[in-house]
Design a protein around this ligand. Structure first.
Ligand SMILES: Nc1ncnc2c1ncn2[C@@H]1O[C@H](COP(=O)(O)OP(=O)(O)OP(=O)(O)O)[C@@H](O)[C@H]1O
Length: 591
């Protein structure tokens, strides 16, 4: 408990670093707002002086002096106003610069924890929301609100009754702001959930464009989107209705108050308690006093949105901050060990993989077999640190994966996922994983190891060929082989391949076997999930996963019998190979 407290404390301190220096700028803006608000009294004082001094004495020079003074003060007010808005825009940009990379990290990480892509992308948009708000009129109103008493005191000094009326108006408008806050707060969460739902459907429709076209259900897909969009629009309309209604109410109240002040001023003038100049002065000052509340109500939806977005971003920053930065460790070269690894589904908490223990030494290659949905991919995702383990640990040379700095660990792991997807970038960038310095020798070595070099050099721009929209769309097999080169780039110690031959031709499969043999020969460890026996030709160890458990683990000959006679093209599933799971008691993994 104490350790947890300390960790949270350290994390909070790290997050505070993001907003460090911001406090002094905000205090500066607050003071600047005070100056702007005091200068905003110019209009009222000018009116007072014109009526009571210039008109009274009929002196043109007094009028001119007063006017010149007023113009000078207005110019200063304008200057400070420009300064304030520029500072706010720059604070927005600074926050964006500091938080956007963190938020994008979360966007990248969230899907691993069971969130949809749309949900993850929404988190990225939070940064835009905060930045856009800081550049709008919302924060100006918020900085002006604390200075409203300046105008109130001014009006009160003109006449206590006028001051009381202005104060009454302020109270009513503040109550309106509170009501707007209470009514929009409930809607904000629901509106965000509806946006995520709608965007998730749009994202899924776009990703399945081919299937939708081929089987002609574009109409139904659009209908599904329209329904989700309708929900979102309904909530949006309700939120806009509330802010629109409160905005109009506050404007009407302000007009009524303005007229009431003029009326009261006229009455007080008739009774001889107020000068004519004071009527205009009080009207101008009270209108300026109420303007920030009016503006805040008008922008309340954005205020609520920006506040919620900032809270989420802070949460994000705390979640990502690491209490202790892992220290650099020597490159692994001896073993991969799994100690009682248990993995649960991120959303439901259902156990997907239970208590897996195994060890592989440098120079070994493991083939993982088992029926569909048995947990093979889950196992390799735990091995590579993609999926966090619920219990147990994955160790490279004895060190648990979280002990490694992430970028460093990434250099020792090569991973080819089941659903290969390449980035919209050049082939060289894809293979080198966007390395800061292009090491063409390493890129070509990885391509050669994956047997894809010849295919790449035949492409229009060779290694500089751009993939993705606007470039080349590689075939399934080409994608798989480029992704294999990416996994082999930099000779990582652990190379994990999830069904690497699902799209490969004979030549590709031969290259794959050679690549696995190459990893073993240079003292690395290879792990291959396979449905087809050809992918297992270069492995020497076999693990059988069934129902989320490791049911067998040992040398290949012991698990799947003697080396199978090479078979012609029609491969049979590895799980169905001769004497597949007839295990000797010694080979069974203890429960
Ligand atoms: N993120 C997740 N959330 C919930 N369930 C999951 C998640 N990932 C995997 N599963 C479930 O865990 C089980 C094992 O999935 P896994 O992908 O590991 O199977 P597999 O053995 O690799 O299957 P295949 O051979 O078909 O690729 C499946 O029932 C799957 O639905």
């Amino acid at each position: 408990m104490r350790t947890g407290d300390t960790k949270d404390h350290i994390k909070m301190k790290q997050v505070r670093k993001i907003t460090a220096g911001l406090r002094s700028v905000l205090i500066y803006i607050f003071c600047l707002s005070g100056l702007i608000n005091i200068l905003a009294l110019t209009g009222s004082i000018y009116m007072l002086q014109i009526y009571d001094r210039a008109l009274g004495s009929g002196s043109i020079p007094t009028l001119l002096t007063l006017s010149a003074l007023a113009i000078g003060l207005y110019l200063f007010q304008g200057l400070f106003d420009i300064l304030r808005s520029q500072l706010l825009v720059r604070i927005g940009a600074r926050l964006d610069r500091q938080i956007a990379p963190l938020a994008h990290r979360v966007v990248v990480d969230m899907p691993r924890f069971g969130y949809s892509t749309a949900e993850a992308l929404e988190r990225g948009r939070d940064v835009d929301t905060v930045r856009a708000f800081l550049g709008s009129q919302g924060p100006v109103a918020i900085f002006d609100i604390p200075w409203m008493p300046v105008f109130l005191v001014f009006v009160y000094m003109l006449h206590p009754l006028l001051g009381a009326l202005t104060l009454g108006g302020m109270v009513v408008l503040t109550l309106l702001t509170v009501a707007a806050e209470l009514m929009t707060r409930r809607l904000t969460g629901a509106t965000q959930a509806a946006v995520i739902q709608r965007n998730a459907i749009a994202d899924s429709n776009a990703r399945n464009a081919d299937v939708i076209k081929a089987m002609g259900f574009a109409g139904r897909a659009v209908e599904r989107f329209t329904l989700a969009n309708r929900d979102h629009l309904d909530l949006h309309t309700r939120a806009n209705d509330i802010s629109g209604t409160f905005g109009a109410l506050s404007r009407v109240l302000r007009m009524i108050l303005q007229s009431a002040l003029l009326g009261l001023g006229a009455y007080l003038t008739i009774t001889g308690d107020l000068s004519a100049g004071a009527i205009i002065a009080s009207s101008v000052a009270s209108s300026r006093a109420l303007a920030p509340i009016d503006m805040a109500i008008g922008n309340w939806k954005q205020v609520v949105g920006a506040r919620a977005a900032f809270a989420r971003l802070k949460e994000t920053a705390v979640a990502l901050a690491t209490a202790t930065e892992p220290l650099s460790l020597p490159a692994p070269k001896a073993s991969l060990r799994l100690d009682g690894v248990t993995v649960a589904a991120p959303g439901s908490g259902r156990v997907l993989l239970a208590d897996v223990t195994m060890e592989l030494a440098a120079g070994q290659a493991l083939g993982i077999i088992g029926p569909s949905g048995s947990g093979k991919t889950t196992l390799v995702k735990a091995m590579t640190g993609i999926t966090p383990v619920l219990r147990g640990g994955v160790r490279l040379d004895g060190a648990d994966l979280p002990q490694w700095p992430e970028a460093e660990l990434g250099r020792y792991i090569g991973y080819l996922p089941q659903d290969v997807s390449l980035m919209d970038a050049t082939i060289a960038e894809n293979i080198s994983r966007f390395a800061a310095q292009t090491d063409m020798t390493a890129i070509v070595a990885a391509a050669l190891a994956a047997g894809v070099h010849e295919m790449i050099v035949k492409m229009p721009d060779g290694y500089q060929t751009r993939l993705g929209a606007g470039g080349i769309l590689p075939s399934g097999g080409q994608r798989q082989r480029i992704a294999l080169a990416r996994a082999l780039y930099g000779d990582p110690f652990l190379v994990v391949l999830d069904e690497p031959n699902s799209n490969l031709d004979n030549e590709g499969e031969a290259a794959l076997s050679e690549a696995v043999a190459g990893v073993r020969a240079r003292g690395g460890i290879a792990v291959v999930i396979a449905h087809r026996p050809t992918a297992l030709s270069a492995v020497n160890m076999i693990a059988v996963v069934q129902g989320g458990r490791l049911t067998a683990f040992g040398p290949k000959e012991d698990i799947i019998g003697p080396k199978p006679v090479p078979q012609p093209a029609a491969d049979r599933p590895a799980a169905d190979m001769p004497k597949p799971m007839v295990l000797q008691p010694a080979q069974r993994v203890p429960a």
